[in-house]
Design a protein around this ligand. Structure first.
Ligand SMILES: Cc1cc2nc3c(=O)[nH]c(=O)nc-3n(C[C@H](O)[C@H](O)[C@H](O)COP(=O)(O)OP(=O)(O)OC[C@H]3O[C@@H](n4cnc5c(N)ncnc54)[C@H](O)[C@@H]3O)c2cc1C
Length: 420
């Protein structure tokens, strides 16, 4: 194993494996299964959970090799990004066996049932309750902002199992089946025109004891793993391989993988906002040159600032990979930078295309992806924990500043005043 994890070899090994296994005529379900069996689908997971136990930078090299070979990447989504690492860390052997393989081969899609109408930044104030009923728990409450709730098979649910304990101590973390009588998913339409998230209402929904991750009352600890992985993944960037959505509801398993690759290259209106990295920077710089705008001193200044932030981002990620330099705040910093980059890319792109930016999607004469980016740019500073919350965490946990005063930390949740 060590031989394949040293400097330039990962890319060669992965490339060799792809040459032996990829066939553009094979079905997506078969390709995802092969990728899962090889351990390359999610190399950061430990070997007993289907990975290779590799570091983030090694995993990133695998993903870059997949992108460079122009083949379909592993099944994306919240199962892959959040549930798999959380269950690998806190789940029992049975839970790892039950939940992780269908994430890695794309058979099951997941959503994250954390935020509620009165519990976003203050997640520990959540009110959804789970009451014991024999080997099961009955869940009642409401979740909001549930990304991909409408296509999910399973959800990572945090619910209050003991309201008489202080708020951080009375929660548990479950896996909830989304297709059941007590769960109603109401999709919401965003200003981007897409339906990315939903509200989820639970009325006597059932979760089992077997699906509780990390033990009763351990919900906050387990949720913090999910949140830390989320911050780090959002900030780490994306290698840029071809993708298809996983899960039984999308049911893309019979698609030809060659067709998935071709389709992912076509620019499409109503698609996802582009990734904010050097590739996009170079695209917009070239667009500015083509439109004869690079003599505008304000635009030049903004492009240079953007370039500098991209470099800071690169250095921060490099530091995150080096144990001796790490401060513990790199994930929060990367998440903050990601929000800032989205704002900057939004402003720079609008300055370049000017009034054309008012035309959405394919109506734009210059670059249809800019309207997507402009509408999407408001989301990154909020999801995965807002900018203010990242700064609070850096202040308290990295710089050691005094914690926010909180009378609610030791009081039983049932005795706390509520605003809804
Ligand atoms: C596109 C998108 C997708 C999302 N997907 C999911 C998902 O799949 N699952 C899920 O569970 N959630 C999801 N979220 C929810 C997201 O995690 C919350 O929106 C976020 O945590 C903020 O919570 P809130 O919206 O309730 O705002 P609030 O917590 O009400 O915050 C309002 C404002 O007050 C500030 N604030 C709050 N507390 C403090 C404090 N202590 N110090 C300083 N400032 C503070 C905040 O920074 C913010 O500016 C998603 C959000 C978005 C935008």
């Amino acid at each position: 194993m060590a031989a394949t994890s040293t400097a330039p070899e990962i890319e060669d090994v992965v490339r060799g494996w792809i040459d032996d296994n990829w066939d553009p005529d094979m079905r997506l379900g078969d390709w995802w299964q092969r990728l899962a069996d090889s351990g390359y689908a999610h190399p950061m997971l430990p070997e007993h959970a289907g990975g290779k136990g590799w570091s983030q930078s090694q995993a990133m090299r695998v993903m870059r090799a997949i992108a460079a070979a122009d083949v379909v990447g592993p099944p994306p989504g919240l199962g892959y990004m959040l549930a798999a690492p959380t269950i690998a860390e806190h789940g029992t052997a049975e839970q790892i066996e039950r939940y992780i393989p269908p994430i890695l081969n794309g058979r099951e899609a997941w959503c994250q049932l954390f935020s509620e109408p009165v519990a976003g930044s203050d997640l520990a104030g959540l009110q959804t309750k789970a009451s014991a009923d024999g080997d099961e728990w009955r869940v009642t409450g409401q979740k909001v902002w549930t990304s991909q709730g409408n296509i999910a098979d399973l959800g990572m649910l945090v619910a209050r199992t003991d309201p008489d304990l202080p708020k951080h101590r009375g929660m548990s973390y479950f896996v909830m089946e989304m297709d059941q009588e007590g769960v109603e998913v109401r999709p919401l339409k965003e200003m981007t025109g897409r339906t990315f998230f939903s509200e989820v209402f639970m009325d006597d929904a059932i979760v089992t004891n077997d699906s509780m991750i990390g033990g009763q009352g351990e919900g906050w600890r387990v949720a913090n793993t999910t949140l830390a992985v989320e911050r780090a993944s959002i900030g780490a960037g994306f290698a840029g391989y071809a993708m298809a959505q996983p899960g039984s509801k999308i049911n893309a398993f019979d698609r030809r993988v060659g067709e998935v690759v071709e389709r992912s290259k076509r620019p499409k209106a109503g698609g996802h906002a582009p990734n904010v990295g050097m590739k996009l920077f170079n695209r917009y710089r070239q667009l500015a040159e083509t439109l004869g705008q690079t003599s505008d001193p304000v635009l030049r200044q903004e492009l240079l600032e953007l370039y500098s932030i991209l470099q800071v981002n690169r250095l921060n990620l490099q530091r995150a990979r080096n144990k001796s330099q790490r401060t513990g705040g790199e994930g929060n910093i990367a998440k903050l930078i990601d929000g800032e980059l989205h704002r900057r890319f939004r402003d720079v792109s609008l300055r370049i295309i000017q009034a054309d930016g008012m035309l959405a999607g394919s109506s734009s004469a210059t670059d249809p992806s800019i309207a997507e980016l402009v509408l999407h740019a408001q989301a990154p500073p909020i999801y995965g924990g807002t900018d203010q919350i990242q700064r609070n965490i850096i202040g308290e946990r990295v710089l050691g500043l005094p914690k926010e005063p909180g009378y609610d930390k030791d009081t039983p949740f049932s005795e706390l005043p509520r605003n809804a």
